[in-house]
Design a protein around this ligand. Sequence first.
Ligand code: IMP
Length: 183
Amino acid sequence: MITFVTSNRHKFEEVSAIFNDAGIELSWEQMKYEEIQADTTEEVSRNSCIKLIGQIHGDFFIEDTGLFIDSLKGFPGVYSSYVQKTIGNDGIIRLLKDRPDNAMFKTVLTAYINGTIKQFTGILEGSIASDERGEGGFGYDPVFIPSGYGKTLSEMDLTEKNRVSHRFRAVKGLVESLARNDH
Ligand code: IMP
């Protein structure tokens, strides 16, 4: 059994479906924790995990996700949460007017297992749509079109998003490691 610490119900639902398929028990600590700012998603994720050591019973993990837009030199990146709350999807679409729209999502999962820290990364390449589309998901999902797909993540159901997503790819690394018992 391992605990996923997140206040985000959407993240928990996506991750819990992956654990379910793998037959590994997952518990949810629905808690808001302090995100420690840094220059990279790897550091933010690691620092936030370290801050939680001693507060969570047993093995646990957190994850931090960012949207990186090529023509904005990786912005909003580690500021993705602030940018979503302030200018939102509409603001991102406006910023990208007349600029190339290539982007990626990156999830960095940091796990604390048997007293050891391990990180797992998942990337999803794609592009920013010219308008918001779809009802599902959360955050930037309505404006993110995965490469090779003609629709946004919001136009996919959870199962379909989980087949391609950055979060799925990071969690897959953890699930495989837990299954191998290699920590
Ligand atoms: P955080 O990982 O919760 O800090 O997420 C940073 C920002 O990216 C927040 O505004 C989230 O809503 C957004 N975000 C995180 N994961 C996803 C995702 O899978 N799809 C769309 N937006 C996301």
